[in-house]
Design a protein around this ligand. Sequence first.
Ligand SMILES: *Cc1c(COP(=O)(O)O)cnc(C)c1O
Length: 479
Amino acid sequence: MKAASRSDLYRKLPSVDDLLRDAAIASLIAREGHTAVADAARAVLAQWRGEISAGHLDSADIDLALSGLAGAVEHQLRRALTYSLRTVINATGVILHTNLGRAPLADSAVGHIRETATGYSNLEFDTSTGERGKRDVHVDRLFQKLLNNEFVGEGARTTQANVSSIVVNNNAAAVLLALNTLAEGGEVIVSRGELVEIGGSFRIPDVMSKSGAILREIGTTNRTRITDYEGAIHENTRLLLRVHRSNFQISGFTEQPSLEELVSLSRKRGIPLMEDLGSGALFDLRSVGIGGEPGVIDSLHAGVDVITYSGDKLLGGPQAGILSGRPHLIARMRSNSLFRALRVDKLTYAAMEATLLAYVKRDHDTIPALRLMRLSKEEIGARAEAVTQKVRLPRLSLEVIDGESVIGGGAAPSAVLPTRLLAVTCEGSSADELAARLRASDPPIIARVEESRVLLDLRTVFAEQDESIAVALNRLGRE
Ligand SMILES: *Cc1c(COP(=O)(O)O)cnc(C)c1O
């Protein structure tokens, strides 16, 4: 038989109107409404037309497709009416994975969001006076407790009597607000080794120019000395800025002044020192074996005037940018009209307040990011072994091997934790194909591919999701 021409193939497709008269479709319309079903029917027909035009469908394929038409429309409808944003299983071992939503929230944070969101709240209302209040008091109170208590505890090392904090949309916004408030029209001194780009197009020189401050670059990529800062200060200098190198390291012939040297220069010349910490841990990472990550407390102790950090990185809370520092400087930021434009909503305050309260109560394990960091390699290995026990298919080969989990989210790239990985290979499939099939599971499972194996790190998988992984692997082995 001669192959049908494209136009013959197109002619086999019904019109939308014909399609909507089909009995099975009519019952869909009764359930979901005419508009939604007609949209779905149009989408299905358009997709088939596209496939005909690409030469992917022949006459027999179209007959087959037409017999399942009602099902295809229903499937399309279901896709159109479900959420696009959905849960995935993070088996990458990257704890703060920006593409997968960074820090998962604590249950208490979700509970407090629910309470606050479903009714009215005292967001900006002082119930004792009946007058207007400020939205930032709710979290500043807890930041004070966390940051100032530490100073009291440290006795002689106390360098700042008081610290206040405000919250904006994200750390990029915090940096913008700080530069605009403290340095608009003036110069900000930054080392060339710290003119960084963080994923998602946050670049220090760009934020600087948007803020209206003038970037004064000093030193070289690998070496900057305190005398470089000193030599660049003149009457138009407003700020010394240090930026944490979140996503890269410079090694070899390098030099960078210590925070203490910068603090003493800043004091001597009366120019504030700001540090963009990026991750900003409130939790001592040394307790999980990670050194060299700057903590919020360390920087405040050293005498930095203003620090900026993210809410959803090492802090383990909602997306936010936090500015902590000397009260008179933070007060200036609060009265900048940009603060109003960058402010966060009640949901963020609710999540932040609950997260900070967990720190105050030293309930670190209720904060998922911290809990995942504290899992031992042995615990993770035992879970990986248990998954392999549930997967019994000849084509799949599973092995539990040593590996490393990554903190991610702007902790030093060398910040890794020992873990046990589930290494999977499948006869007749490449590792990339296998990874794609895992992503097509429901919920999608996101894994790493290394050395032609799929690697699953259960550190970032919640224990109740282990079963889904076993089920998905069994299905893969059978397909
Ligand atoms: C992550 C990061 C930022 C950006 O923070 P967001 O909260 O993502 O806006 C800025 N500076 C540094 C050093 C960072 O690590």
